[in-house]
Design a binder for this molecule. Structure first.
Ligand SMILES: *Cc1c(COP(=O)(O)O)cnc(C)c1O
Length: 424
């Protein structure tokens, strides 16, 4: 039953482009009407028709504790009493910056912004300011928000020329964005050899999670650390998804690599709009008002958002076994899918991130990710949705497991997945 969602979607389309405020929400790639959500609690999300579903989108990973965690809600309610925004510094910003530096030691100095997009855009500006170079290297299939210069994945034939993915982005804006292939060292080496003194930074999702989940192969991140050092470029880890998800210290702790700059989003706001970028003091000194790299924000460091972020990070920090529990639950799910499907399927999983690809070849880069049969994914997604399991409405988004998912939730999900593969 999605009667009310259908009505709302039609109304929404009259005044909102495609009826949504972020494209993937429109369920376009799975050809369905999006569920309009009324409320959420713990592992469950309830739509306007009263369907309660086990949620594996978790607001695209922000909800690592599940929805409406009582401690987070309580402090947010209290904070609201003191006013919503001042446009002046607060103690909460100091606390959050200290907490970030403690949990992610490479982020000695950080600046708060209001989204992951802003964090990445600003980190790149800082890297360019610091190095005095213009070019950046990104990887095909990695997503870094929607700022002009990063909306490039380029065709495989275009490793050195960069064509924007979006209308409205002048080619002049993306000409400094070079595209390499994930897990392919040679593609990175070639770009450095061709531009030895022009590359300001290499930006990477240390675990790629926006082409489905794709793990870095052994040595790949180490290689990026080495080659950037060798050529005097910075290494930027976009940890908007992996930050506080793979480990308290993010992917950099999980894999033991220290980047020069890091970007955060999603979990760091505890469900409110926050992004952050930071790194070594020497680099971050470039940012205004200390340095000459301009970056600002009316609502940056917002008192309600920082309150939600601090409480979320505190809960994660106090709980010494949370990452083990998250990983275990996710492994159970991954194993269940692999066993149920038997063949023609690849399940990539690390920590509490996973993806099911309908392909037979190992998924290690963009090309192998897009070899997945999206028609199969659409059927799988639809069956799960109709049986109370809410997963990402796109093959190329991750499945997120939260601390609120109970054993019962996982068991039920495994049963539905088994039933699906039996039925096809
Ligand atoms: C979500 C995401 C972003 C963009 O964050 P927004 O808050 O949506 O602007 C950037 N990088 C990565 C890796 C992301 O997953």
């Amino acid at each position: 039953m999605d009667t009310r969602s259908k009505v709302l979607f039609e109304e929404a389309k009259r005044h909102i482009p495609g009826g949504v405020n972020s494209p993937v929400r429109a369920f376009g790639s799975v050809g369905r009407t999006p569920r309009f959500i009324a409320s959420a609690k713990g592992s469950r999300i309830t739509d306007v028709d009263g369907n309660e579903m086990i949620d594996y989108v978790c607001s695209w990973g922000a909800g690592i504790l599940g929805h409406a965690h009582p401690r987070v809600i309580k402090v947010v309610q209290q904070a609201c009493e003191n006013g919503l925004t001042y446009g002046a510094p607060t103690e909460k910003e100091v606390i959050l910056a200290e907490l970030i530096a403690e949990l992610v030691p490479s982020m000695e100095v950080s600046r708060l912004v209001s989204s992951g997009t802003e964090a990445v855009m600003s980190a790149i500006r800082t890297a360019r300011g610091y190095t005095g170079r213009d070019k950046i290297v990104k990887f095909k299939g990695c997503y870094h928000g929607h700022s002009d210069g990063l909306l490039v994945k380029a065709g495989s034939a275009a490793l050195t020329t960069s064509v924007p993915d979006s209308a409205g982005v002048p080619e002049d804006y993306t000409k400094h964005t070079l595209v390499a292939l994930y897990n392919d060292r040679e593609s990175v080496e070639k770009l450095f050899q061709a531009n030895p003194k022009e590359i300001a930074a290499v930006i990477v999702e240390p675990v790629a999670a926006n082409m489905g989940v794709v793990l870095p192969e052994a040595g790949f991140l180490e290689f990026l650390r080495e080659i950037t050092k060798q050529y005097g470029a910075l290494l930027i880890f976009d940890e908007v998804i992996t930050g506080f998800r793979l480990a308290l210290g993010g992917a950099q702790e999980y894999y033991g690599i220290v980047p020069d700059l890091t970007t955060l989003g999603k979990i760091v706001g505890g469900g409110m709009p926050i992004g952050a970028y930071g790194g070594k003091r020497e680099i971050m000194q470039m940012v205004s008002p200390v340095g000459s790299v301009y970056q600002a924000g009316t609502l940056s460091g917002n008192p309600i958002a920082t309150t939600a972020g601090i409480e979320t990070l505190q809960i994660l920090k106090e709980d010494k076994t949370i990452y083990k529990r998250l990983e275990k639950k996710t492994e159970i799910l991954a194993t269940a899918v692999r066993e149920a499907a038997k063949k023609s399927i690849i399940v990539n999983q690390v920590g509490s991130l996973m993806s099911v690809f309908f392909t037979e070849q190992p998924v290690r880069d963009y090309e192998s990710a897009v070899s997945s049969n999206t028609k199969c994914y659409t059927e799988y997604f639809g069956y799960l949705l109709e049986h109370g399991i809410y997963t990402a409405p796109s093959q190329f988004e991750a499945m997120f497991i939260s601390d609120a998912h109970t054993q019962e939730d996982i068991d039920k999900t495994c049963e539905v997945i088994k039933a699906y593969f039996m039925h096809i």
